[in-house]
Design a protein around this ligand. Structure first.
Ligand SMILES: N[C@@H](CCC(=O)N[C@@H](CS)C(=O)NCC(=O)O)C(=O)O
Length: 202
């Protein structure tokens, strides 16, 4: 049976969301952020010492986006897992975009406004990260004007992956009102039953 390792309060939440969205039966192993990811048994699964990791009947995959694209390809069908190579390329494109163009800035805001002990926080780094987020968020907003989802009419793995990165934005006080199409799209994605279930996991 598929096993998903990692607390839902981490990037493992996005793998749990994908597994739920696909209606999979799976076991959740809530490896936490308390040093458990550095234990030998976890390092055997992911030598980087990170979560999430999945074990799908012996197929071990780490890196959250790779996990979600794998699960969507193996267990999903169109339109969630797009049928044409061109649409799949767009799914990869948006997934990598979310990870590379937005996530580092979101994490910088999170760390410097919430996560780090107060004396280690750098408000200038948070302000810089917020400034750096503006351009990619504008790209997303422009793209979503007149389009309900990233690939067009249908909700796909691309929406799940990008929304699973951007869900951090409202939690850390990033104001999305200047990108209303992106904001409405994110709210729609987060209202999905599969997304709502993530909070129920450890
Ligand atoms: N690029 C990786 C990042 C994984 C990552 O950094 N996960 C964090 C939790 S969100 C983690 O495992 N932190 C624990 C540690 O590094 O010890 C992914 O998307 O899967």
């Amino acid at each position: 049976m598929l096993k998903v390792y990692g607390t839902s309060m981490s990037r493992a939440g996005r793998a749990l969301w994908a597994a739920e969205e696909l209606g999979l039966k799976f076991e959740h192993v809530p490896v936490g952020l308390d040093g458990s990811t550095r234990k030998p048994e976890h390092l055997r699964l992911n030598p980087n010492g990170h979560i999430p990791v999945i074990d799908d009947d012996g197929t071990i995959v780490w890196e959250s986006m790779a996990i979600n694209l794998y699960l969507a390809e193996k267990y999903g069908k169109a339109p969630f897992w797009p049928s044409s190579p061109a649409d799949r390329a767009r799914a990869y494109q948006w997934s990598f975009w979310g990870m590379t163009e937005t996530e580092p800035h979101l994490i910088a805001v999170f760390r410097n406004r919430m996560m780090l002990p107060k004396e280690q926080r750098d408000e200038q780094a948070a302000t810089n990260a917020l400034e750096s987020l503006k351009a990619p968020l504008k790209v997303l907003d422009e793209h979503l004007k007149g389009r309900p989802h990233l690939l067009g009419p249908d909700y796909t793995v691309a929406d799940l992956n990008v929304a699973s990165v951007l869900l951090l934005a409202p939690m850390i006080g990033v104001n999305l009102s200047e990108v209303p199409a992106a904001q409405a799209w994110l709210e729609k994605c987060l209202a999905r039953p599969a997304a709502q279930k993530i909070g129920g996991y450890k």
